[in-house]
Design a protein around this ligand. Structure first.
Ligand code: F6R
Length: 608
């Protein structure tokens, strides 16, 4: 998704802008651009379709200025092209704007501005903002006022950064539904849509709220609301490590993040297990035991992999706490006028904390008086701030577009929540101890799976050129199958379909053939015999089977098998998922895909 960077200070802005944009590449984009207000007056702009490296090559040595903005664009209005890349300018080239989000009334504004004499040079909704701000930037008007007046005419979502050739001592930024974070340096200031662009330069940040604007100068910033009331924002400190933003010797961020999981799981668990009472402590829930006992149902909301992690979470909560729990795509929930019940606990799941559909679902629940917890990785993100309490994952930044370590940490967070809930309800101390011990064993068990990476690469190469793949699992295994299919589709572009193993004979068995292999989750649990029968049915139709299992099925039932260490049955899904991450990764590599930046996808989807 689009990215924004901005710099103001004594140094030349361009190197920061280009580096910041490179740090945002992981979010997915199709074009990039920069603008600087030169010390000699005027604004210089360079923008290209393609990569940040192409932009850097197009920027001449004389492209200098102490104030600048930059952007990576993910096309929404208009094809990827040089002209549609940001920054956009008004006809007098006084104003330059970069924008994330969507201006919904762009057509209407464009018609009105055209009638007033504006000549549009792109197909984007963003260009409307440049002309609109310029129209308000009359003699003696501060840039912030011109931006505020322009935004007053706009319907839609935005994170913007604005440069004015006549007021080069400032940048104005604003947020409504699309994140903007300020970075505080030594006599210099930064802004970006994502802290990853800033962490090399500063750890002191301020997240703007929706409806807030800021005038940023080299020596500080001032924030205010849409109706010009001053706001007071305290900086917070980012604790993510800089090396999280490098591949650290791995070929791809995705492989690095898969291998980071023993450590990220340890961080999610850290300080939260209580062996004495065989439970978990979760400081941020803001709900005491009495309030938790009153909860009759749990509804989990997330998108994509966050939704599948929520399905595993629902299973954990039902099994350990015996509270009915259900996961639903936040993107559907928000549009169906959901019934909000007072005794239901709503839980929003999001790695980025910025997914627009999930944020909108949270807002819908809150508007109707419901209580929402967040299970979020990014501290201070919009969803984290909107929720009444929650659990931070502490998985560290996830750079690759496909979610792996955040997915696993989300399931761990749900296991902790389910344990906590369970011990408040009827989960026995013995069962509590069983889960605590199993959670503590997970990092080493994940290491055991990761050690099979080379063997899984061999299998991936063998299966990668299939016309598609079926993923099947029963009950606890079904969300694993869904997430496994999702990962394979996303990064290898191999079609993959997930089905409950029990449903195979109700339809999809017709598809089974040597060309459509099946990945089967076969845990050693009470459903083992049923799963083995299903494998027999597939083999009887000449289907190839790759089993992910605790014990290898007989050779006649599976062509290949990946063995996974056994945890407790409730936690097995988490471990069964890890080889599927590696399978998807190695299949994508075998097919020479752009692993960390799969086509058409963005790391955080901040638009509807
Ligand atoms: C899958 C993936 C997406 C995200 C989804 C939600 O690998 O990355 O399906 O899980 O877009 O993103 P967050 O968790 O940031 O809300």
């Amino acid at each position: 998704m689009c990215g924004i960077v901005a710099y103001i200070g004594p140094k030349d802005a361009t190197p920061f802008l280009l580096e910041g944009l490179a740090r945002l590449e992981y979010r997915g984009y199709d074009s990039a651009g920069v603008a600087v207000a030169g010390r000699t007056g005027g604004i210089k702009v360079r923008k290209v379709k393609g990569r940040v490296a192409d932009l850097a090559a197009a920027v001449p040595a004389r492209f200098k200025g102490g104030t600048g903005i930059g952007h990576t664009r993910w096309a929404t209005h208009g094809v990827p092209s040089d002209a549609n890349a940001h920054p956009h300018q008004d006809n007098a080239e006084r104003i330059a704007v970069v924008h994330n989000g969507i201006i919904e009334n762009a057509d209407e504004l464009r018609a009105r501005l055209t009638a007033e004499g504006a000549v549009f040079r792109s197909e984007t909704d963003t260009e409307v903002l440049a002309h609109l701000i310029a129209a308000h930037a009359t003699e003696g008007v501060e840039l912030e006022e011109a931006v505020r007046a322009a935004l007053g005419k706009v319907v839609g979502t935005y994170g913007i950064a604005v440069l004015d050739a006549e007021q080069p001592d400032r940048i104005v930024v604003a947020r409504n539904g699309s994140p903007i974070v300020l970075g505080i340096g030594e006599k210099e200031m930064f802004a970006a849509s994502d802290v990853s662009a800033l962490v090399r330069y500063t750890r002191q940040v301020v997240h703007l709220e929706d409806g807030e604007l800021a005038t940023v100068r080299a020596d500080g910033f001032r924030t205010s609301t849409e109706d010009a009331r001053t706001t007071h924002r305290q900086p917070s400190t980012v604790d993510w490590e800089i090396d999280s933003y490098d591949t650290g010797g791995y070929e791809h961020f995705l492989l690095k993040e898969i291998h980071e999981q023993p450590g990220s799981v340890e961080r999610t668990l850290s300080g939260r297990l209580d062996e004495r009472f065989a439970t978990a402590h979760l400081g941020g829930l803001n709900l005491d035991a009495r309030e938790l006992r009153e909860i009759r149902r749990v509804k989990i909301l997330g998108c994509g992999s966050a939704y599948y992690a929520g399905e595993m979470g629902a299973q954990l909560i039902e099994e350990l706490a015996r509270i009915p729990a259900h996961s639903e795509p936040a993107s559907e929930f928000r549009y169906r006028n959901p019934v909000i019940e007072a005794d239901t606990l709503y839980i929003a799941v999001s790695q980025s904390g910025e997914t627009y559909d999930t944020l909108a679902a949270v807002q819908e629940v809150k508007r109707k008086g419901g209580r929402v917890l967040g299970v979020v990785n990014t501290v201070g993100s919009a969803i984290a701030r909107e929720c009444d309490g929650g659990i931070y994952l502490h998985a560290g930044p996830e750079i690759s577009v496909a979610s792996t370590k955040a997915f696993t940490s989300t399931v761990i967070a749900f296991a902790l929540l389910a344990l906590h809930f369970g011990r408040i309800h009827d989960l026995s101390p013995a069962d509590g101890r069983r889960i605590v011990a199993a959670l503590k064993a997970l990092p080493d068990q994940i290491r055991e799976v990761l050690a099979q990476s080379d063997a899984i690469a061999g299998l991936a190469a063998e299966y990668a050129d299939s016309e598609g793949m079926m993923f099947i699992g029963r009950v606890r295994g079904y969300p694993v199958a869904r997430e496994g299919a999702q990962k394979l589709k996303e990064i290898s572009y191999v079609h993959a379909e997930a089905y409950p193993a029990s449903e195979l004979k109700h339809g999809p068995l017709a598809l089974i053939s040597p060309e459509l292999p099946t990945v089967a989750l076969v845990p050693d649990d009470e459903l083992l015999d049923k799963n083995l029968t299903t494998l027999g049915e597939i083999k009887a139709r000449s289907g190839r089977v790759l089993a992910v299992a605790h014990r290898a099925p007989e050779a006649k039932l599976a062509d290949h098998c990946i063995l996974v260490p056994k945890s407790e049955p409730e936690l097995d899904p988490l471990l069964l998922n890890i080889p599927l991450q590696l399978l998807a990764y190695h299949a994508a590599v075998a097919l020479k895909r752009d692993v960390d930046k799969p086509r058409n996808l963005a790391k955080s989807v901040t638009v509807e």
